[in-house]
Design a protein around this ligand. Structure first.
Ligand code: ADP
Ligand code: MG
Length: 247
């Protein structure tokens, strides 16, 4: 039974090995309802692997994960059902090129929730409205900018009404002038009360929208705190070095 209280996401002691490579070395992360947790750290520090463990796209080698009270690592858990509660947006948008924006969002609803076409399209249209793309519903991905395509991918995820949204470098593949629109959509989503975990290099966004910033290095959380503390007054030498490099 889902718990009524407690964090939406709770990962404890997560380890991940890829063969001899020990990529996550005991990560603890709790994300509370309506919280936006921002994850930063050098390339290769394990940020993507951590996100992918949260919906079991990667199988952790050890530890425990619950999402919305569901034990993600329990063999008896229907992981496809559990994944409906966890929206994910990647750097690559992965839209079907031969389907319209509306078709892409509706397909997810039809496949995952088994909705009939008309109902799925109705819901899809509302999701596109939330990312300000209602007027592009009939466009194919090739007719949309990268930023618009990423917003369609966000609409596709939120249409499924997840309990938490995971973003893995959602703006990294975009031309600089297209980044703002995607961040604005994420900001609105956050203001609507969505619980979010965001891996990104957009420090301005972190300062403006994050409740908590987590700094990872070498497969561990080295330091975490409010954005002002992490960016303005980091306590750990490794955090200071990283912040110094990126700002
Ligand atoms: P980040 O997202 O912080 O850049 P990743 O989680 O992608 O880091 O990667 C952490 C480490 O795990 C890197 O050394 C990477 O090469 C390695 N890694 C990630 N995925 C795999 C995989 N499927 N097989 C082997 N090694 C992997
Ligand atoms: Mg990554």
């Amino acid at each position: 039974m889902p718990k009524a209280t407690g964090p939406i996401v709770e990962a404890r002691g997560i380890h991940k090995h890829f063969g001899a490579l020990h990529v996550l070395k005991g990560v603890d992360l709790a994300v509370h309802e309506r919280e936006l947790v921002f994850v930063i750290g050098p390339s290769g520090s394990g940020k993507s692997t951590l996100l992918r463990c949260l919906n079991r796209l990667e199988e952790p080698s050890g530890g425990a994960i619950t999402v919305d009270g569901i034990d993600i690592l329990d063999r008896r858990t229907d992981i496809n059902k559990a994944r409906q509660r966890i929206g994910m947006v990647f750097q690559a948008f992965n839209l079907y090129p031969h389907m319209t924006a509306l078709g892409n969002v509706a397909l997810a609803l039809r496949k995952v929730q088994g909705l009939p076409r008309a109902m799925a399209e109705d819901k899809a249209r509302r999701a596109l409205e939330r990312v300000h793309l209602a007027d592009r519903a009939g466009h194919y991905p090739g007719q949309l900018s990268g930023g618009q395509q990423q917003r369609v991918a966000i609409a596709r995820a939120i249409a499924l009404e997840p309990r938490v949204m995971l973003f893995d470098e959602p703006t990294s593949a975009l031309d600089p002038e297209l980044v703002g629109g995607v961040l604005a959509a994420m900001r609105e989503l956050r203001e609507s009360g969505m619980t979010m975990v965001v891996v990104s290099h957009e420090m301005g966004f972190a300062r403006a929208a994050a409740d908590r910033v987590v700094f990872m290095d070498g497969g561990r959380i080295v330091e975490e705190g409010q954005p002002e503390a992490i960016f303005g007054n980091p306590q750990q030498e490794r955090t200071r070095a990283f912040i110094g490099q990126i700002s």
